[in-house]
Ligand binder design. Sequence first.
Ligand SMILES: [Zn+2]
Length: 182
Amino acid sequence: MAYLCNLGNGQQVFIDNQDNQTIVTLTGTQAGQQQQSSSGFSTGKWTALPILYRNAGGFILRVESDRGPHYVQLQGSSLSAIATAPNLESAEVIAMQATETPPRATMEPMKPMEPIKPMEPIKPMKMGDMEMRMNPMEMRMGNMSMSMGESTPSYRQNFCPQCGAPVKENDRFCANCGDRLS
Ligand SMILES: [Zn+2]
């Protein structure tokens, strides 16, 4: 069973469950031209009727399947899956009608999936007076800083307890006053 719904703005959405895919087809008339976009989402088999919501951002389709709930956002002519459940408390439910026929006899072939882009390297983050970098990991917060990984060993500066002159860590006597250093 498939479902058809008028979105009111000249657009129609057709929702079908084929095997483990939910096929969402948007048809609309824009500037006199018939437009159609169709996407398949791997949702599993429906276990309940899909529900279409209208909220401030557009339309959200909720599909309940044996794999749990899935959400698809409809914005203009674009369809995208949403990973996290949107807030639908104030959303309006749009009535759908059951249908057997797709909006067109010949469905457009599905758009090829875009190749997944490689992860971008993590950029330094800055939030207020907090700063964080990766490789080596370094975190700064106000005048505090913390670093991990390849940090250079800090040089311990010692001072002569007698005269206060700077002395090296392994010096036995102060170079300035000759006092014995412990
Ligand atoms: Zn000294």
